[in-house]
Design a protein around this ligand. Sequence first.
Ligand SMILES: O=P(O)(O)OC[C@@H](O)[C@H]1O[C@H](OP(=O)(O)O)[C@@H](O)[C@@H](O)[C@@H]1O
Ligand code: MG
Ligand code: ZN
Length: 192
Amino acid sequence: MDKIVFLDRDGTINEEVEYLHRPSDLVILPGVSAALKRLKEQGFRLVVVTNQAGVARGYYSEADVDQLHQYMNRLLAEDGAEIDHFFYCPHHPVHGIGAYKKSCHCRKPDIGMFEMAENYFQVDKSHSYMVGDKLLDTEAGHKYGVSSVLVGTGYGKELYKGLTEEQKREAFDAYAKDMTAAAEWILQKEGA
Ligand SMILES: O=P(O)(O)OC[C@@H](O)[C@H]1O[C@H](OP(=O)(O)O)[C@@H](O)[C@@H](O)[C@@H]1O
Ligand SMILES: [Mg+2]
Ligand SMILES: [Zn+2]
């Protein structure tokens, strides 16, 4: 069975730039490479699940998404933090051109991308996690059946400030200020 850390992309791995698609605009957040490397060393597979409605909106193409992911992985691989698989949702239910405008099963908070991962990995849900900077990320993780961590990078910090205590209890299993703290929480939970 595979222990997986499902990772949101924008705001979690890299700086949130509205509809990021140019490699030259990609900035990996501080500490992310080291945190991902640690998780890999402890036997986790790393799987990105990212909403890329910029495709539906006509801002960039699927080829641009693939190219960005290849570039991102070249940078991460230099630090021993290579992503094992990228999944993206190119759709949007309202803002979309042609076939991209649809209420799909892959856009988070739905779980289609997690299910697609089952074609590549034997997901051990009891030792797998979702990390992201929006509630749609943690909701997707919960819906799929894995523990979820909200990170305080990207949109996470501001979002967290506005939540009631009840929302904090229900929406995620932990709040971590960044990917370093999220990895620490995961590894402690795993007793690593
Ligand atoms: O890796 P993520 O965080 O799933 O990617 C989402 C962002 O690319 C994108 O999300 C939102 O766009 P949509 O509502 O899905 O159109 C906005 O917050 C954009 O500014 C983000 O870039
Ligand atoms: Mg995000
Ligand atoms: Zn989709």
